[in-house]
Design a protein around this ligand. Structure first.
Ligand SMILES: [Cu+2]
Length: 466
């Protein structure tokens, strides 16, 4: 069959809108069901800066009112914009299961117990301010945010004992909201010969809230599309480097047995080439651009996952997801990733993330069903940092990593807690959530969890107490 990966923007827009709409509706319904006060506005994009409501002046001297939701391990929205410095009535809606607060570097604070809503006046200083949750560990896990004045960048503060700024590149409150990526794994392509158009685009992308980079892509997305075939299939990739691009690119499928100086050679803007191979080995494989410096082409977004199933196919499960871990070494806003930072002997990525965007599944939890069998295909695209893929609160009872299998029902009842993936390694894991609730997705290299490598599976309605 034939497949084209150059119109993903439009397709993903629809999927993304549906995804966003669905999550929002569910979240709101859940909140209503739980009897919470709804003050979070229903906006089409949850990741754009939120503006204070200037229309509801509570009393003289107060410029307006703002509401912020604290959920476990984040604020929504986390980037807020007001028109002027001064006093604001701030409502903190804690929908989490732990106490949370909004604390400014100058010591102003609003605290709310789990499930409670508290309103108080905060003075936003000239130049805006950052804020965080002061409960130990919460800021490091992602509970940070900022109030900006008229959209001007806010200098990150580290004077309050919280973590320092994540990066040397200032956040841009005017960066477009990021586009959440549906983590659902695609079905296997039908038939046994696959003609696939893969177009490489150079484009702008918001890779974390407030950070836009000039990325290079396969199929218009980072990571590139998940391509899923089976052993014995003939894969014919028509690689296209549009004339509008500035750079030469190439592709290297780890799932192929081909000479490096044949299929993997670079093509210039305006050129095309055919990369043909038969998928001979099953696994979760990386593909990437190998054009020199390959480190930069991978660090700037040119990677993706190919799933090769055994010839007889994989066993049926209830839900399947694909998660690619990778690093961003930020260049200046609107420019490509920093090759200099990526080249460091001890790499220190600004963000480590799942499926291209920092914290996206923390902000938009992946919904699964309690008691159902879930399979996650995982790839560490690197380029340089190891992954220890772990899901808090569950145990993998089946793992197939780099050709080695942990079988369900093995003698001795062995299980797996984390899958170690060096750069380029892939695996799939299977598990079942025992009860409704939230199950964080992390790399258990915990220094990176606060840098974007955090997501959530929401089993059932997410509430273990009902
Ligand atoms: Cu490239």
């Amino acid at each position: 069959m034939s497949q084209t990966y150059h119109q993903l923007d439009a397709e993903q827009s629809e999927v993304g809108s549906l995804l966003r709409f669905g999550l929002k509706s569910i979240a709101v319904l859940t909140l209503i069901a739980m009897g919470f006060l709804i003050v979070v506005s229903l906006r089409p994009s949850t990741s754009s800066p939120s503006t204070a409501d200037q229309g509801t002046v509570a009393h003289s001297g107060v410029h307006g009112s703002i509401s912020v939701e604290a959920f476990d391990l984040g604020f929504k929205p986390s980037t807020l914009e007001v028109s002027a410095a001064g006093d604001y009535e701030v409502t903190l809606v804690n929908t989490g299961s732990a106490p949370h607060d909004i604390t400014l570097p100058d010591g102003q604070t609003i605290a709310a117990e789990a499930g409670k809503t508290v309103t108080a006046t905060l003075t936003i200083p000239e130049g805006g301010t950052t804020f965080l949750c002061s409960i130990p560990g919460h800021a490091a896990a992602g509970m940070t945010g900022s109030f900006s004045i008229g959209g001007a960048a806010v200098a990150a503060a580290d004077s309050h004992g919280g973590p320092g700024p994540v990066t040397d590149v200032p956040s841009d409150p005017n960066a477009p909201g990021y586009f959440p990526r549906d983590a659902t794994a695609p079905d296997r392509l039908k038939g046994s010969t696959h003609n696939i158009d893969l177009v490489m685009y150079e484009k702008m992308m918001t890779i974390a809230e407030g950070y836009q980079q000039a990325v290079w892509t396969f199929g218009d997305s980072v990571p590139g599309p998940v391509i899923r075939v089976k052993v014995g299939d003939l894969v014919r990739i028509h690689l296209i480097n549009p004339k509008s691009n500035k750079l030469a690119h190439s592709i290297d499928f780890h799932s192929s047995l081909v000479a490096w100086n044949d299929e993997m050679t670079s093509i210039q803007p305006g050129e095309e080439k055919l990369y043909e191979f038969r998928a001979e080995f099953a696994g979760v494989w990386m593909y990437h651009c190998g054009t020199s410096p390959a480190l930069h082409h991978i660090a700037n977004g040119m990677y993706g996952m190919m799933i090769v199933e055994p010839a007889e196919g994989l066993s049926k499960v209830d839900q399947e997801f694909a998660i690619v871990q990778s690093e961003w070494y930020l260049g200046p806003q609107g420019e490509p990733a920093s090759l200099e930072k990526a080249m460091a002997a001890a790499p220190a990525p600004d963000f480590i993330l799942f499926n291209g965007v920092a914290n996206q599944y923390k902000d938009h939890p992946i919904r699964i069903e309690t008691g159902k069998r879930v399979r996650v295909f995982v790839l560490n695209a690197g380029p340089s940092v190891d992954s220890s893929f772990h899901i808090v609160g569950t145990i993998f009872d089946r793992v197939v990593k780099e050709g080695v299998e942990l079988r369900v029902g093995n003698a001795g009842r062995y299980g797996s807690q984390a899958v170690d993936l060096a750069p380029a390694q892939g695996a799939f894991v299977e598990f079942t959530m025992a009860e409704d609730g939230l199950y964080p997705i992390v790399t258990h290299a915990f220094n990176f969890v606060g840098r974007g490598a955090l997501g959530l599976f929401q089993a059932g309605d997410g509430d273990p107490k009902k």
